[in-house]
Design a protein around this ligand. Sequence first.
Ligand code: ZN
Length: 195
Amino acid sequence: MTDNTCVQCGAVAPPHDVVRVASPDGAFRLLCSRCFNIEIAHLAEVRAFEHPEFTPVRLHDADGVVREFHFRSLLFGDQRSLEAFELPFGNEDCAGYRFQLLGDPQSDPFELLGDLVQKMKRALAFRHLVEDAGHLVVAETTVRGRIEWDGDESGRLPCVVIDGKRVNWSEFGAMLMSFEGWQFRIELLDPSDEA
Ligand SMILES: [Zn+2]
């Protein structure tokens, strides 16, 4: 179990709500998002910054499965980042949906939340993989997902997360074999862009 105690305020934060901050000496400090934001607001001279607290949101995916999302709002000087993490977070295999949206630090955080939830709904309406004879196969001809670290491969090969599910690189390769001879196009997008 990782220790998620904030070194600043002593609060034990949920795993999705902590930030590892690098110090000039190369050491890392673990801060809760609130302490991180207060520090950045001070450094970046963002006036009257208030750290928003968002309650989890439940949304249905394309199969009608309820998925619960937790939020983290971080200030990056000239930008406010809002991320949504599907639980369980801190899972070893980094599965589950994740979303991010960037906005102005002075903008209303709840407006940003509204935009993020709309983006999440659009993404959840798609199902890229379907089960066929006990195997996951590509449903149509487009696959959207996220590249993640694969501990089993020591980072040598990635795994991908599609429809919130973790798929290792060889499983992904096997899925593509039903398209043998087809062409493909890979476009890499920033986490805050819409895939
Ligand atoms: Zn703290």
